[in-house]
Ligand binder design. Structure first.
Ligand SMILES: [Zn+2]
Ligand SMILES: [Zn+2]
Length: 221
């Protein structure tokens, strides 16, 4: 199994390459070409991608989902609590956690092309049926439907936390709270839950990756 990071304009998407491959997150609007270019570069035949899986429903993770679904003709999965974001092509309520976050919020578009999700994730599940040895766990707090993916001793955690400052551009390997937090207590519990699986590397939606020890040091001490 191989985990491939796709660095996009505003966020990261990931490919989990195994017997088949899963695309985790689908970037901002108009990034389908970039993502498919990365698929090709990773030596993955686009016909071997079995699923577009979302860590959550924000515009920078589901912005090109509709276009990718049209081109790849594969199912789209999101947690049931974030399904409305894909369905309606909007972020829902965004709660900035400080002044910097309020400024960032001004740059955040609140609409993207809507698409109907095919799979609503309602329980933690194995991805074996999609040809990938990985597992979905629930990690709410950034949004109500945020999930993480555990594979080998690594984790893709979306926006449960982020790397560095300025959306990951500065000191991207330093763990930090994300700008937008729906429920801080849930975020803390989710971070604890993820660390309980002892992933050596944590792959985030912005910046990264993060090391297990750094994340533990930042949030649990
Ligand atoms: Zn987000
Ligand atoms: Zn994001």
């Amino acid at each position: 199994m191989e985990l491939i990071k796709i660095k996009l304009s505003f966020s990261n998407a990931y490919l989990i390459k195994d017997k088949k491959s899963i695309l985790v997150d689908a970037g901002s609007p108009n990034e389908a070409d970039k993502i498919l270019g990365a698929v090709q570069k990773a030596g993955i035949n686009s016909r071997d991608i079995s699923l577009i899986l979302h860590t959550h429903g924000h515009f920078d993770h589901a912005g090109s989902t509709a276009e990718l679904k049209r081109r790849l003709k594969i199912p789209v999965a999101v947690h049931a609590n974030d399904a409305f974001m894909l369905r309606e092509g909007r972020n829902g309520e965004i709660k900035p956690r400080n002044f910097e976050a309020r400024l960032i919020q001004l740059l955040v578009p609140n609409s993207f092309e809507a698409t109907e999700p095919d799979i609503l994730i309602e329980e933690e599940m194995d991805l074996h049926d999609f040809g990938v040895e990985a597992r979905i766990i629930f990690t709410p707090g950034h949004t109500k439907g945020s999930i993480s993916v555990l594979c080998n001793n690594e984790a893709i955690v979306g926006d449960v936390m982020m790397g560095g400052w300025a959306g990951g551009a500065i000191l991207g390997s330093r763990p930090n709270y994300h700008y937008f937090i729906d429920d801080i207590e849930q975020v803390r519990a989710s971070i604890k839950k993820i660390l309980g699986f002892k992933p050596q590397r944590l792959y985030v939606g912005h910046g990264g990756h993060l090391k297990f020890e750094d994340v533990r040091e930042r949030f649990l001490r």
